[in-house]
Design a protein around this ligand. Structure first.
Ligand code: FEO
Length: 413
């Protein structure tokens, strides 16, 4: 796909990347990721976002420009809304073949243009309320949305088309499967996008949920006709839908979560696993989704996705060398980092000589604002009485969670 028209004089020139690399060096992207970049042509030509050299993305971007008969030396402005290198990794090389281009970014972004790429010449800083007139009615307006995703982040609004180039905000993992537009997605592909968006949000954006809500509030007076993020779908038919999704996701960081339970468990010799089965049995008596993830077998990226939306969370692991089973400790630290707060929580696990896992659980969970049931700890293999208590623990969490109304509504596109 090269150079797809969004509006007169405005095109997508991004790339879909399939890679075994981890996103940010942490997160698996088995379905790939789209690096969206755009051109806006008036009398002057601007590129909004770049790409990084990743899975052929730089070549695809250049081919996109070529398809529009834009030579690099014809580019007047490179708008860098956000300096993370998934969007800017190509900056040094592109600037060397586009010497006339002024890099436009925020004051904080300017420092990163220097820090990452050693570029200090011909860099223009902009702030909220500033605009850039490209001629022929194409005017770019800038609004800073700090910490969505990094402190320097801004969005760019093109006034003649009403397109908001929203950077990471409203983005998603996943490559485009055919069309780049929301209003051309077959019904069968919509669950794919929901999954990709939610996991992206839980992995990348969740920590900044209060900033997401501030940004949405800040942009509430803008007449947005299309949202063009730097990853994922371009929301042409129903931009309000992705805003609603992001509001829902941001509220998962608060108390507004789904009536679902995520169980994360690890077991060394099957004792904790035996209790897991009792807990699932109890919880399954209620008609709610239960997501079960084993550590370290499953990547934390997918675990975060399910924990993030679930009002119920049950963690089970043994004690290992007087502390928590290490893979679980890593996941728990991530839950803390990503602000997975306000959940109905259960904790269980087997121990041999001492119950050190609980000590670590207490230490991490004291920051989490969790409503925690009485932990269920047992020596070695659980007794019948302890198994009964496990079933009760599952039931108790499920009962509390069941009463919570779902927030997924009114988001058809
Ligand atoms: Fe897609 Fe925060 O960069």
């Amino acid at each position: 796909m090269q150079a797809i028209k969004l509006a007169d004089g405005i095109h997508w020139v991004g790339a879909n990347v399939h890679t075994e690399d981890l996103f940010e060096g942490i997160w698996p992207i088995p379905e790939g990721v789209a690096l969206n970049a755009y051109t806006v042509q008036g009398d002057k030509t601007a590129v909004i976002e770049l790409v990084r050299e990743w899975g052929g993305a730089a070549m695809t971007f250049m081919k996109g420009l070529k398809a529009l008969n834009i030579e690099p030396e014809d580019v007047d402005y490179i708008i860098l809304n956000h300096l993370e290198p998934d969007h800017t990794g190509f900056t040094y090389m592109f600037r060397s073949i586009a010497p006339n281009a002024t890099i436009v970014t925020t004051e904080k972004g300017e420092a990163l243009v220097d820090g990452f790429y050693g570029i200090t010449e011909n860099v223009q800083t902009v702030a909220t309320g500033d605009s850039l007139d490209l001629g022929q009615g194409k005017v770019l307006h800038f609004t800073e949305i700090p910490n969505v995703h990094w402190p320097e982040t801004q969005v760019t609004y093109e006034q003649s088309s009403g397109i908001l180039f929203s950077s990471d905000a409203f983005g998603s993992y996943g490559i485009h499967k055919g069309s780049i537009f929301d209003d051309e997605q077959p019904e069968a592909i919509k669950p794919y996008w929901e999954d990709q968006m939610l996991r992206y949000y839980a992995n990348i954006v969740a920590t900044f949920s209060s900033n997401v809500l501030s940004a949405i509030d800040k942009l509430s007076g803008v007449d947005i006709k299309m949202i063009a993020p730097s990853h994922g779908l371009i929301w042409r038919g129903s931009p309000g839908t992705v805003v609603k999704k992001y509001v829902r996701y941001a509220n998962y960081s608060k108390e507004l979560q789904e009536p679902e339970i995520t169980i994360i468990w690890g077991s060394m010799y099957g004792n904790t696993e035996t209790m897991l089965n009792a807990i699932i049995k109890g919880a399954s008596e209620y008609d709610i989704p239960i997501h079960v993830h084993q550590v370290p077998n499953e990547d934390a990226s997918f675990i975060l996705r399910d924990v993030f939306k679930s009002a119920g969370l049950i963690i089970g692991c043994p004690t290992y060398e007087y502390g928590m089973f290490p893979p679980m400790k890593y996941v728990m630290e991530l839950l803390n980092e990503k602000l997975m707060r306000f959940k109905k929580v259960g904790f269980f696990g087997s121990y041999g000589w001492s119950g050190g896992a609980k000590r670590d659980f207490d230490k991490i969970s004291e920051r989490m604002k969790w409503d925690i049931e009485e932990p269920l700890l047992f020596k070695g293999y659980p007794s019948n009485e302890e198994i009964t208590k496990g079933e009760e623990l599952g039931r108790s969490i499920a009962q509390k969670v069941k009463e919570i109304p779902s927030k997924i509504e009114g988001e058809d596109y």
